[in-house]
Design a protein around this ligand. Structure first.
Ligand code: FUL
Length: 457
């Protein structure tokens, strides 16, 4: 850091970065699902090459309500369907290609998976999102950039116009050569404009301005996962600054990192991971559904690290979520509820608006007060800490420590870095009546929406 004036400039820029209403609504979903379903489900592959016969698509017991029911029981808030994967096969009867379920035997070619899943979501109050791969290995105009861009927008237009509200549009960045030997140049700005026009509330994720990819497919965020990130000014290829973030970097938002880069903006992370090794269903992976412990670890390191967890559950050849996956989703929900249903800080003295359970109130640290002390009323056993900042006021905390009063002095229980929308910490059980949260470093006076203390069974 060059001098204190530079530091002030960096902090002012960091504090000015705020979520849009769209980003805030998306962040509050916390836990969402992916369903990878399509021609690959029937060929037992992960990536199709586009030469697959549409006649292969023929689920025997397709039931969108079963998918949606499993999601709702699991506490999932949004379901994203792969309407078109890289193979180009469309799960809706697109007017712009023959490569879709209209040429499959399923429902005599009159079926529409996108319609059925969106309707099931609407019935259950689950939000609905679409994945539509720009990379299309079937479409012959792919590689002829202007022609394919028009084709892609036409398909996107169908998805965004005919299937009710879309809460998230997931754009994969994969990009290959077309049959003409040329690399397709995606016209991202025109795709974004169409989404904004037809579904203004939809968050555009991954290759998009609202939500960034965390950088791995293991469901794990960085230990300090900032929503306020920085990067070099965009080079123009995609015309927008936010896409220049280096997903592979360890540090996207520290003070030093912000000082090194030209632009600072609000760009929160999404952690995608599959409940099985593959994104698509393979019967050979029925016994490789991730364990409860593994999924819990993912939850703490995604939702608990200021990110949204996007968990993929691939429907099988019947067109159903497999029994093993459904059972594991239930176990995860039960384990989370058993821990987080009982917040011993809720009745604490001294917690002010950070323990009142209300969304729109928060505790504000005075500029000279950087600690919040709680009296739990009696000795309590705890091993989990939950912290939330009022992120509509920006992301401020850089480092905190939770301490407990033992034998006449404060002793450290757990410490951590940035908080943001939510941070969860696991630590060994302690029995304690008085605790205090000390903010060791922040970019501005802290706005703490919530502090919670729990004990995992
Ligand atoms: C990747 C794709 O290539 C995978 O098949 C999968 O859809 C994953 C979520 O994104 O980039």
């Amino acid at each position: 850091m060059a001098d204190s004036q530079d530091n002030d400039r960096v902090l002012a820029r960091a504090l000015a970065a705020r979520p849009t209403a769209r980003q805030l609504a998306w962040q509050r979903l916390e836990y969402i699902a992916f369903a990878h379903f399509g021609i690959n489900t029937f060929t037992d592959r992960e990536w199709g090459d586009g030469a697959e016969d549409p006649a292969l698509f023929n689920p025997t017991e397709f039931d969108a309500d079963q998918w949606v029911g499993a999601c709702c029981d699991a506490g999932i808030k949004l379901l994203i369907l792969t309407a078109k994967h890289h193979d180009g096969f469309c799960l809706w009867p697109s007017a712009h290609t023959e490569h879709s379920l209209k040429n499959s035997p399923w429902r005599d070619g009159r079926g529409d998976v996108v319609a059925e899943v969106s309707a099931a979501c609407a019935r259950a109050g689950l939000k609905f999102g679409i994945y539509c791969s720009p990379w299309d290995r079937h479409e012959c105009s792919y590689g002829d950039s202007p022609a394919y861009n028009a084709f892609f927008r036409a398909q996107l237009g169908e998805l965004l116009s005919n299937y009710g509200p879309i809460a998230e549009v997931w754009f994969d960045g994969a990009c290959g050569e077309g049959p003409n030997g040329k690399r397709q140049e995606y016209d991202w700005d025109s795709y974004y404009a169409l989404v904004r026009q037809l579904q203004p509330e939809a968050a555009i994720a991954i290759c998009g301005p609202d939500v960034r990819w965390v950088g791995n497919e293991s469901g794990l965020a960085r230990d300090d996962e900032w929503s306020v990130v920085s990067g070099p000014r965009g080079q123009g290829e995609r015309g927008v600054d936010f896409l220049e973030v280096d997903n592979g970097a360890n540090d996207l938002g520290s003070r030093d990192n912000l000082a090194e880069n030209e632009v600072t903006f609000w760009y929160p992370a999404e952690c995608d991971v599959s409940i099985r090794p593959g994104w698509f269903y393979h019967a050979s992976q029925d016994l490789q559904v991730k364990s409860l412990d593994h999924l819990l670890d993912i939850y703490y390191r995604s939702v608990g690290r200021n990110s949204v967890l996007l968990l993929n559950v691939p429907p099988d050849q019947r067109g159903l979520f497999h029994e093993n996956d459904v059972a594991r989703l239930k176990e995860l929900r039960a384990a989370l509820d058993a821990t987080f249903d009982q917040d011993v800080a809720r009745t604490a003295q001294g917690g002010d608006a950070a323990v009142d359970g209300a969304w729109d109130t928060y505790w504000s640290a005075g500029s000279d007060v950087d600690e919040l002390a709680l009296d739990l009323g009696a000795e309590k056993t705890v091993d989990r800490l939950l912290l939330q900042e009022a992120i509509e006021e920006g992301q401020r905390v850089e480092r905190f420590v939770l301490e407990g009063w033992h034998d006449g002095q404060w002793k450290e229980i757990v410490r951590g870095g940035c908080i943001g929308y939510k941070r969860l910490e696991r630590f060994s059980r302690v029995v304690v009546r008085r605790v205090r949260l000390r903010i060791e470093a922040s970019r501005a006076p802290v706005r703490l929406r919530r502090i919670g203390l729990f004990c995992a069974p």
